[in-house]
Structures are given as C-alpha cells and as structure tokens.
Design a protein around this ligand. Structure first.
Ligand SMILES: Nc1ncnc2c1ncn2[C@@H]1O[C@H](COP(=O)(O)OP(=O)(O)OP(=O)(O)O)[C@@H](O)[C@H]1O
Ligand SMILES: [Mg+2]
Length: 316
C-alpha cells in the first residue's frame, strides 16, 4: 500500500490509499498522455490566434485594436479555408493604416502582426522594417526609387512600417516624397514583392493623406485607431514596465506618479503626445536616479535594489 497525497481544493488535503498496481497503471497512463499532448496542441488549428491573444493580454487597454486583430485573423483564416475548398475567395489585401499619437503602441502591435502572419504562413519571415521619410526619400532624381526599392527588398517576407507617413506627401508635386508613394503603391500590388505595408501617423494627418489619391483608401482596408491612454492606463503600463524590469514602485512613489499624471494629463502636451513612451522615459530616469542614490549605501540589500522611491520619480 502506498500513501498518495493530493490537494483537491484549497482547504482540504485528501490522503488516498492506493495499491502499487494502480499507481503503476496511472503512471503508464500519464506517460501515454505526455506523448499525446504535444500532438493535441499541434493540432490546435487556432494556435496562432491563441498565441497572439496571450501576448495581447499583456498590453493594457487597446480594446478596439484587440478586437480588430481578431477580426483580421478570422478574415485571413476563412479566406484560406475558402481557397482550399475552391470557393470564391477575396483578393487578400492586408496593408494597413495605424492612426494615433506617439507612444500608443503602434510599433508594438505591428511587430505582433508580423509574428501572427508568419505563424499563419502569410509572411515567410514576419520581421519588421521600421522607417521614416528620410529613409525613403532621396536627394536627386532616381535616388528615391533606389532607396524605396532597397527597403522593399529588405522588408521582403515581412512588414514595412512607415512612421509619420503623411510627411511623404509634405512637399507637394515636386517633392521626391510623391515618387516614394508612387513606388510603394506600385510594389504593393506586385505579387513578386510579398510584404505588408503599414503606414502610421497622427489621426488627422493620415486622414488627410488618404484624400490625396482616391485609390489609397481601398489599398489600406484595415485602419486601426490607437487612442491616447487614460491616467489609469498609464499607471498600469508603469506597473507592467516595472514588472518586466524587476523593479517595484513604493506605494508613495506610485501615488506621486499617479498624481502627476492625473493633474497634468490634459494640460501637459508632452504626456498627451508620448503616452507609453512618456512613462517608459520616467521609469528609465527613475532607475538611473535610484542607482545614483544607492552609491551611498554600504550594505546593499535586495530590497534596496528592487524599490523605486518617491525621490527617484521625476519628470523634468
Ligand atoms: N498598451 C500598452 N501596454 C503596455 N505597454 C505599452 C502599451 N502601449 C505602449 N506601451 C509601451 O510604451 C512604449 C511605446 O510603445 P510603442 O513604441 O509601441 O508606441 P508607438 O505608438 O510606436 O510610439 P512612437 O510613435 O513613439 O514610435 C513601449 O515601451 C511599450 O512597451
Ligand atoms: Mg513606433
């Protein structure tokens, strides 16, 4: 006889008396199950969706973006199934536009989409090439086409993400930015160039950009909006960043930061216009201030290293 202790619920410990044979039988079953389980998980047809949802769960707020990503997944998946069954499938255009202020998570989401499409075998690599106007627009005739082509080549099998894309249209007809747009649009439709183009920028300016060329809107069927974070969401982002970096805000430090955010969210343009990035910068500064403060401490304890104090939190 063997004693086998199992915890059935939080409060009760059950002691079971089992015969050796039954334990051996259980072990055989377990070992069979351990062979089967990887098979079961690999046949989870929606594994890419689940993986993405797990990563999205780490991100604060963004309810609309999260919902839209699920819709995009469903659209692509069902389109693939229709093709497999020889049913009429839509021509899959997956280029996107992200509208939102800096620090609202646009780059984070673009990276996640790259991974999702790689898992779904829509993109072979799923990497992200992040560029801005200066990377695309050249200084002499022919230079722009060369630069743009080179970037498209680098983005092959992945995502070409153009931040502040409206600035390409800034200089009007004579500017080389227009040449970059034309070259991008031509390549977007070219089957040889398998990449996804994401244009990002401030909401009004991107809306304005779309009106420049009547064909543009239909070339970007997915428009994702990234709203500014509330003070509460910014505090949650602060806690997440601390967790990732293995730091803890003392209660007072957390209150100081929250008070600052609540007081200044709408009056301070810097917070308003750099969202998550603003929080990341404050915490990175706090980490440096803590390090400086700790130089004077002789016998450093783990708690000294972990906690960020009120005097470490500064915004200017
Ligand atoms: N919803 C969120 N949850 C957790 N962290 C976030 C969230 N949104 C942004 N962040 C953090 O804020 C920072 C800025 O995010 P990201 O670079 O994705 O924004 P962005 O919109 O691309 O900004 P920019 O326009 O300045 O490039 C990152 O460090 C990211 O980790
Ligand atoms: Mg970015």
């Amino acid at each position: 006889m063997n004693r086998h202790i199992s915890i059935k619920n939080q409060n009760t410990i059950h002691i079971l008396l089992q015969k050796k044979e039954s334990i051996a039988r259980d072990e055989r079953k377990q070992s069979a199950a351990s062979h089967i389980s990887p098979l079961i998980s690999s046949t989870d047809i929606h594994a890419p969706l689940r993986k993405m949802e797990k990563e999205l769960a780490q991100l604060v707020g963004m309810q609309k973006v999260k919902q839209m990503l699920k819709e995009i997944y469903a659209y692509v998946y069902i389109n693939q199934k229709r093709k497999e069954m020889n049913l009429q499938a839509e021509k899959q255009v997956l280029h996107m536009m992200f509208k939102g202020n800096p620090g609202t998570g646009k780059t984070t989401i673009a990276r996640l989409i790259g991974n999702l499409f790689r898992e779904m075998k829509i993109l072979s690599k799923g990497h992200l090439i992040e560029v801005e106007r200066a990377d695309l627009v050249g200084e002499y005739i022919g230079h722009t086409a060369l630069k743009t082509r080179d970037l498209i080549r680098k983005a092959q099998g992945g995502i070409l993400f153009i931040d502040e894309a409206y600035s390409l249209a800034r200089g009007g007809e004579k500017d080389f930015g227009k040449e970059a747009i034309d070259s991008l649009v031509a390549n977007m439709e070219n089957k040889k160039h398998e990449f996804i183009l994401i244009l990002a920028g401030y909401a009004d300016e991107m809306e304005n950009f779309l009106t420049l060329n009547p064909g543009l809107r239909s070339r970007f069927p997915f428009i994702l909006e990234f709203p500014d974070y509330t003070a509460g969401e910014l505090m949650q982002i602060a806690q997440k960043i601390c967790q990732q970096k293995q730091y803890i805000l003392t209660k007072e430090a957390s209150q100081k930061l929250e008070w600052h955010l609540r007081e200044n969210l709408y009056s301070n343009e810097e917070i308003h216009f750099s969202n998550g990035r603003y929080i990341r910068n404050i915490l990175e500064r706090a980490i440096r201030k803590q390090a400086l403060r700790l130089l004077a401490v002789k016998n450093l304890q783990a708690d000294d290293l972990l906690y960020l104090h009120t005097q470490d939190i500064e915004w200017k």
